[in-house]
Ligand binder design. Structure first.
Ligand code: GN1
Ligand code: MG
Length: 384
């Protein structure tokens, strides 16, 4: 179907209440042209995102569609969204000044703010970049380019003074704290769900020290703080649909001081899993070494010469660390009654937990291979 046909078909599916709400937000940001339609973007487990379409005159009297992304920021997850937007303004400004290529552009309200607050709802609008994204892919070019994009992102921001950034979610990747929270909430068991998750809890506790390896090394002063993205899912990179080159990295909500291994590990646990992160058949989860290798090539190609020996030594285990850390978060949310992550079924957080645990187990079995690949890439790109 042609784009115009698709948009009209889509218009018929709209919820009138949501359409009115989005129109109102568009007015607050002074978007031009009559509102035409919206589409909900289901990706993302925390914020709500919509593509909104406006009708414009293309300058010759012909109508054309101009699209934007409207997001409602989840203020349960992000307790201080104004600081979050300050971070994003700083980081996107720095990227615009120091790198070629695209970055996100956020629109201003007539009060010159990049956000609009309505009661306890927090909204923002950014430019829509025509592109494709991937939740999974067999195309190793895409994986390698994802590694390059996140490596480049870290490199570009290496000159940025990290102390200017707010901690949008304090202790976001503090694995020890994530475990403490899980242990505390499992003890109070407010929804009576702990009895049914003993096996998952026991497994996570049995690997706690290994899972906290990066946090502990950092606490001992063995790893440097860098400016990191902290949510390096492959679908947070936009690709040019023809060339499959990465256009830009998106979802800058959690850009904060962090560890190189957080970005490497989170990307690996998402992209190199045989299945999606919430696959109900947990036994199908596991690490695809080809994907791991392609991502490592891309990422280390951009970063190997600047990473320390200790940082490189954490990369092989980092996927396991991030899989366990996220499993503690999903399980904790399940125990608390699903308050943080959007769920699409009653047991969604438990399904997610089981999938991350199965992946973590397979990663442990493949640890030597992963370390070998990291070593080879570090030597190839880092003149070691
Ligand atoms: C959340 O909403 P999304 O998909 O960008 C979460 C990440 C998790 C991810 C798991 C702020 O990211 O930390 O890894 O879900 N973001 C936040 O899918 O908690
Ligand atoms: Mg995110």
């Amino acid at each position: 179907m042609k784009e115009s046909g698709r948009l009209i078909a889509n218009q018929e599916k709209m919820n009138p209440e949501t359409a009115r709400q989005l129109q109102k937000i568009g007015e607050a940001f002074c978007l031009e042209g009559p509102f035409f339609s919206y589409e909900e973007i289901s990706q993302g487990n925390v914020n709500h995102t919509y593509k909104v379409n406006y009708i414009r005159d293309d300058g010759t009297g012909m109508a054309q569609i101009k699209s934007y992304l409207v997001q409602e920021v989840n203020t349960y997850a992000f307790r201080n969204p104004v600081e979050l937007m300050e971070n994003i303004d700083l980081v996107t400004g720095y990227i615009r000044d120091h790198a070629n290529g695209l970055t996100l552009h956020f629109h201003h309200t007539d009060e010159r703010k990049t956000y609009y607050v309505e009661g306890n709802r927090f909204w923002r609008i950014c430019n829509y970049i025509p592109s494709v994204t991937f939740d999974t892919t067999d195309d190793m070019r895409v994986i390698r380019n994802t590694g390059k994009a996140f490596g480049e992102f870290q490199n570009t921001l290496s000159g940025f003074d990290a102390s200017r950034l707010h901690y949008t979610i304090p202790d976001f990747h503090n694995t020890r704290k994530r475990y403490e929270t899980l242990i505390r909430d499992a003890a109070s068991d407010p929804c009576g769900r702990v009895g049914s998750v003993r096996e998952e809890l026991d497994y996570l506790l049995s690997v706690q020290d290994q899972a906290c390896m990066m946090t502990d090394m950092f606490e001992r002063g063995e790893l440097p703080l860098r400016v990191t993205h902290n949510d390096t899912k492959i679908n947070n990179v936009l690709f040019d649909e023809n060339t499959m080159e990465a256009l830009t990295v998106i979802d800058l909500d959690t850009v904060m001081p962090g560890l190189a291994g957080h970005d490497f590990g989170d990307a690996v646990r998402f992209a190199a899993n045989f299945v999606e992160e919430d696959c109900p058949d947990a036994e199908k989860a596991g690490l695809d070494l080809n994907v791991f290798w392609a991502f490592a090539e891309g990422f280390l190609g951009k970063t190997a010469s600047t990473l320390t020996e200790n940082e490189i030594a954490t990369l092989g285990l980092s996927g396991f660390v991030l899989a366990c850390e996220l499993a503690t978060r999903f399980l904790d949310d399940y125990i608390l009654g699903d308050r943080y992550f959007k769920i699409r079924s009653k047991d969604h957080n438990l399904i997610r937990t089981r999938c991350q645990i199965a992946l973590a187990k397979d990663m442990l079995a493949k640890m030597d291979a992963m370390n070998g690949i990291v070593d080879a890439c570090a030597r190839k790109y880092g003149n070691r």
